[in-house]
Design a protein around this ligand. Sequence first.
Ligand SMILES: [Zn+2]
Length: 243
Amino acid sequence: MITPNGGDDHRYPDGKGSEVIMRVPGKPAQAVKPKLRGWLHLGTFPLVLVAGMLLVALGPTPAARLCAAVYALTSAALFGVSATYHRGRWSPRVADWLRRFDHASIYLIIAGTYTPFAYLILEGATRAVVLSVVWGGAAAGVLFRVLWVRAPRWLYTALYLGLGWVAAFFVPQFLEGTGPLVAALVILGGVLYSVGGLVYGLRKPDPSPRWFGFHEVFHALTIAAYVLQYIAVSVVVYRTGAL
Ligand SMILES: [Zn+2]
């Protein structure tokens, strides 16, 4: 299926990766969007919603529920906006805005994932610093993506990675508060998100440009990363009452 809208970067194609220009007899040149684009996130979205609501409902304290709600909202936004943007057929104007929201939601889920760990595990000044840095960074990232939609791919991909790993300095404090299992899940999840970011930035591997391209590999990695970090967030949220 050749669709004019909804493919990432389809309006600024450079002939690399999945976003190649195809000429169809009798039709203007258009970008090819792999057939499975967006289905992974569309399928994951309802599960993310239910998982998020469970976490909020089962949070043992008001603080735990609040952190769970922030995490649940930002993760639902990521998968929901991505599914809407990638699966729908939109006018170029709407597609442009959805693309901005799709990219902005990545900054939000990074801050949203940090929130339960920072708020429920860290204390005092360290907690304030980490929360301010991740939410300040996310707000700046959202503005940056919304205001500069044609920003170079390498730049915003690097910013996702930077914000994602910004609190790596506090690993000892996190470790002290969570233990090795939760820390391992969070870090492994971070690695999977980052590998996804690299796949997206480099546009390879691109296994099947017509069906399942590099963008789909990236989406699959985000789901795996989300699952690992969801388990870690759950442990931290449920444990709050027991501390
Ligand atoms: Zn995407």
